[in-house]
Design a protein around this ligand. Structure first.
Ligand SMILES: Nc1ncnc2c1ncn2[C@@H]1O[C@H](COP(=O)(O)OP(=O)(O)OP(=O)(O)O)[C@@H](O)[C@H]1O
Ligand SMILES: [Mg+2]
Length: 295
């Protein structure tokens, strides 16, 4: 069977994207640039990046290592400052970290000395919310990520997937407008990762939050996103925006559908372009002289 062109959309899919674009813009990235002073001269991590994310949209960002994905997340989080351009959240410039943005990183960032419940309460306490109301709130978030029974456990007693579920609960507890996720499932094994993707989609369906999700994994991007921003490196620039026509609700079984495969293949072409000239081929170095050929 021929795989359809990922760009050909049914009227229903076209209407889905038109509806997303009618929603208010939550996050506006406007001609954003970031330069660093590198060891051998200036490094342009990001150049002229412009993009708008609409309310409750799920946007994935994908691109080769060093194309500025983490730099983008750090600036959105208010942990780094652009050298040019603007970042607006609900129309207001982002200048510092704030409770309107929740963040989940790849590395496990829970406080090891706090119980699971206390970890989730942390953000609420930073907002001055303490006592039984804050605790009830935190327990509700733990329930949502399926960890109500582990409220009194400590991070070292949890698996990697469970830790990231706590991290998601902690990030969502202060009711952020945007959830920023930088390769949150990158350190998990394939099976746990698939479970976490399903969990996240379920959470997103139940919570009024807009998600910007960085990943290296092409299948993950297609499975999760409404739209995928494809960046290229040196300098980090927007290469293409892909609208994912795979119907929602999404599930792992869709990986083999023609729509999924078509989008996946387009991403593959963009991220892993074919090498054409011989000079681009890697040199072949033989590391064995033993004559024990394996193929
Ligand atoms: N604090 C810094 N000082 C100097 N250069 C930096 C700094 N932070 C990032 N860079 C450079 O900016 C570029 C983008 O880095 P960034 O970490 O955003 O990439 P990335 O897309 O997240 O990569 P990866 O996929 O490997 O996580 C890289 O060339 C990196 O070396
Ligand atoms: Mg990164």
């Amino acid at each position: 069977m021929r795989t359809p062109d990922y760009k050909i959309q049914s009227p229903a899919v076209a209407e889905r994207f038109a509806a997303i674009k009618r929603r208010p813009v939550v996050l506006e990235i406007d001609r954003l640039g970031r330069e660093f002073a590198g060891a051998t001269g200036p490094v342009t991590a990001l150049r002229e990046l412009s993009f708008a994310v609409h309310r409750r949209e799920f946007v994935c960002v994908i691109g080769p290592s060093g194309c500025g994905k983490s730099t983008l997340i750090r600036m959105l989080a208010g942990l780094d400052t652009p050298t040019s351009g603007r970042l607006l959240l609900d129309g207001k410039p982002v200048t510092a970290p704030g409770p309107d943005r929740g963040i989940v990183f790849q590395g496990y960032t829970l406080f090891p000395w706090l119980s699971v419940l206390r970890n989730v309460m942390f953000g609420l306490e930073m907002q001055g919310r303490t006592g039984t109301a804050a605790e009830a709130d935190a327990r509700q978030w733990l329930d949502l990520v399926g960890l109500a029974k582990f409220a009194d456990a400590y991070p070292h007693q949890l698996s990697g997937g469970m830790k990231q579920r706590v991290a998601i609960a902690r990030a969502l507890a202060p009711n952020p407008r945007v959830l920023l996720m930088d390769e949150p499932f990158g350190a998990l094994d394939a099976q746990t990762r698939a479970q976490m993707q399903a969990h996240l989609l379920e959470i997103w369906r139940n919570v009024d939050v807009t998600i910007l999700f960085i990943t290296h994994d092409l299948d993950e991007a297609v499975l999760l996103a409404d739209r995928i921003l494809v960046l290229k490196a040196n300098p980090g620039e927007l290469q293409e925006v892909i609208e994912v026509s795979v119907p929602r609700p999404r599930c792992i079984e869709q990986l083999t559908t023609p729509e999924f495969q078509a989008t996946r293949r387009r991403l593959d072409e963009l991220i892993h372009p074919k090498l054409h000239t011989p000079s681009e081929r890697l040199p072949i170095v033989r590391l064995t002289q033993a004559g024990d050929d394996v193929e």
